[in-house]
Structure formats: structure tokens, C-alpha cells
Ligand binder design. Structure first.
Ligand SMILES: Nc1ncnc2c1ncn2[C@@H]1O[C@H](COP(=O)(O)OP(=O)(O)O)[C@@H](O)[C@H]1O
Ligand SMILES: [Mg+2]
Length: 272
């Protein structure tokens, strides 16, 4: 077994919470998401329109679609990084986008600070109200969770691409988010590292229970990870399907292939 996939020895949780004093692992769970009549225009160009979407707490949703169809735009709207032209978004009990501490974004590039050690890069994601040493302790635990505890004192430049992305994931998870948005997070990795990272991402999602929204151009990645896949086309949701396969999923089975083929067929049919 890959060491990365082994159950984590240490869970990172706030030492001052009720739950951390009990033996049970913290399962903060995921935020529900509700989107109604969402639209986005840039100047006279309508990128998204009339999007209605509900995501269940803890659900893993993948967004696929042709390049330029608006996947990243939808994710940025969900994160509150951009304002909708119309419609509304509710994440958890809050109105508006998810621009608070319980939501985190993972990008294709790890965006680590080269002049900060790995542990301090992760500590950046922790609650600013905590002391520096508390943030570092949480960061160390988060690094343990992503299998990089022994690299804490090193610089980002000595890590491989996959390891850097794991540091970025630790930084995103150190605050125990209830909502995690991922925009092609594995897009820059080689094929094998990518598959390792998919398993890894699935494990932390199952452990922590956050709601995950993953944008990917890789249909097989979407079928591997998602409970549900939506396809964006012509500014709206063209396909919305559940993936009823047991986890962990195996590529190459007929059931896996059938779902993949359905989505790929739709994407290829719509080729300009
Ligand atoms: N800030 C912006 N200003 C103008 N047009 C934009 C902006 N962001 C995205 N777009 C346009 O919106 C469309 C969707 O972009 P994007 O969401 O990045 O697509 P995807 O992630 O699916 O490849 C594209 O045509 C893109 O050029
Ligand atoms: Mg994009």
C-alpha cells in the first residue's frame, strides 16, 4: 500500500474545542450549497445564465465542460471571488459567496511562498486569531495528514510537483473548511502522480466530510472522484448525473466506462 493512503495517525483539530477532548474524530461536515438563477456577464458576453444548483452537505461534485465554457467562472462565483450579474448563492447558513474562513480554494499551481519554510506555508491557512506557535502546531499536524511531516522545515523548492500540491492541500485543510473548491488542482501533474493524488484527495475528503466542488477537464478524474457530475454547456447545466459506483473506484470496469463514455460523447458531440 502507498504510505500516503494509510490512515492518518494524527488528526488536526483545534485543541480548544469541545470535540477535541472526546475520543471521536472531529467530523465538522460539509456546507450545503444553493444556487438560484445564477448568471454572469462580462460586458455584453453572457458566460453563465439561469443556473440552479443544490449541493448536499459533504457531496463531491465535479464540473466538466469544454475549455472556456465557464467552469472557473462558476467556481469563482461560488467562492465569492466575483459578484454574480444575477441570481443568488447560499453556502451554509450564509448568503453570498463563500468568502470566509470555512471555505478554501485549491488552484492548479500550488502558489507556495518560496521564502517560507513548508510548515510556515501551511500555517498561512490557519486561523489568524491563533498564536504563531498554535498555527505552527496545526500546520505540522496537517502536514502529517498529507504524508509530509518530515519535510516541515524544508523549502518549497526542494519538493516535487505532487508534493508541492500536497502542501497546498494541507494549507487549504488546516482551517478545517466545510467547503473546498478545486480548479484543475491536478492538471499540472504527470499521470501517475495524478492518480496517487486522486486517491489521496478522496481519502481526506472522506475523513473530513467537507463539501467538494472540483473543476476538471479530465472526465475519468471526475468519474473517479465525484458523487455527481455536472456538464456546463451554452452557459447552463447540460448534464447532471450521479455516479453510483462503490469507492474506491476502478477505472476499466464496464460501469466506469459507461459513465465516462456518456459524458465524453456529450462533450465530443458539441465540438464546435
Ligand atoms: N474577467 C473576465 N473578463 C472577461 N471575460 C472573462 C473573464 N473571465 C472569464 N472570461 C470569459 O468567460 C468565459 C469562461 O471562462 P472560464 O470560466 O475561465 O472557462 P473555463 O474555466 O471553463 O475554461 C471565457 O470565454 C472567458 O474568456
Ligand atoms: Mg478554467
Amino acid at each position: 500500500m502507498d504510505a500516503v493512503l494509510a490512515p492518518p495517525k494524527i488528526r488536526f483539530e483545534r485543541a480548544d474545542t469541545e470535540t477535541s477532548r472526546s475520543a471521536a474524530p472531529v467530523r465538522k461536515g460539509g456546507a450545503p450549497v444553493k444556487v438560484e438563477g445564477l448568471g454572469k456577464r462580462y460586458g455584453s458576453k453572457t458566460v453563465l445564465g439561469g443556473i440552479d444548483l443544490e449541493i448536499r452537505p459533504g457531496e463531491f461534485l465535479a464540473i466538466v465542460g469544454r475549455s472556456g465554457c465557464g467552469k472557473s467562472t462558476l467556481l469563482r462565483l461560488l467562492m465569492g471571488l466575483e459578484a454574480p450579474s444575477e441570481g443568488r448563492i447560499e453556502i451554509g447558513a450564509r448568503g453570498g459567496g463563500a468568502s470566509d474562513a470555512s471555505s478554501r480554494f485549491l488552484f492548479q499551481e500550488p502558489r507556495l511562498l518560496p521564502w517560507q519554510r513548508i510548515v510556515d506555508n501551511v500555517a498561512i491557512g490557519a486561523d489568524k486569531a491563533l498564536s504563531r506557535s498554535e498555527r505552527r502546531a496545526l500546520a505540522s499536524a496537517a502536514l502529517e495528514e498529507v504524508g509530509l511531516a518530515e519535510r516541515a522545515g524544508e523549502w518549497p523548492s526542494v519538493l516535487s510537483g505532487g508534493q508541492r500540491q500536497r502542501v497546498a492541500l494541507a494549507r487549504a485543510l488546516v482551517s478545517r473548511p466545510t467547503f473546498l473548491a478545486l480548479d484543475e488542482p491536478l492538471g499540472a501533474l504527470d499521470a501517475l502522480t495524478r492518480i496517487d493524488m486522486q486517491r489521496f484527495l478522496e481519502r481526506v475528503w472522506r475523513d473530513q466530510g467537507f463539501t467538494a466542488v472540483l473543476v476538471t477537464h479530465d472526465v475519468s478524474e471526475a468519474v473517479t472522484l465525484a458523487d455527481r457530475i455536472i456538464l456546463i454547456e451554452d452557459g447552463g447545466i447540460g448534464l447532471d448525473i450521479r455516479v453510483p459506483l462503490e469507492r474506491p473506484r476502478r477505472r476499466g470496469t464496464p460501469e466506469f466506462g459507461a459513465i465516462e463514455a456518456e459524458i465524453l460523447g456529450r462533450l465530443l458531440d458539441r465540438r464546435p
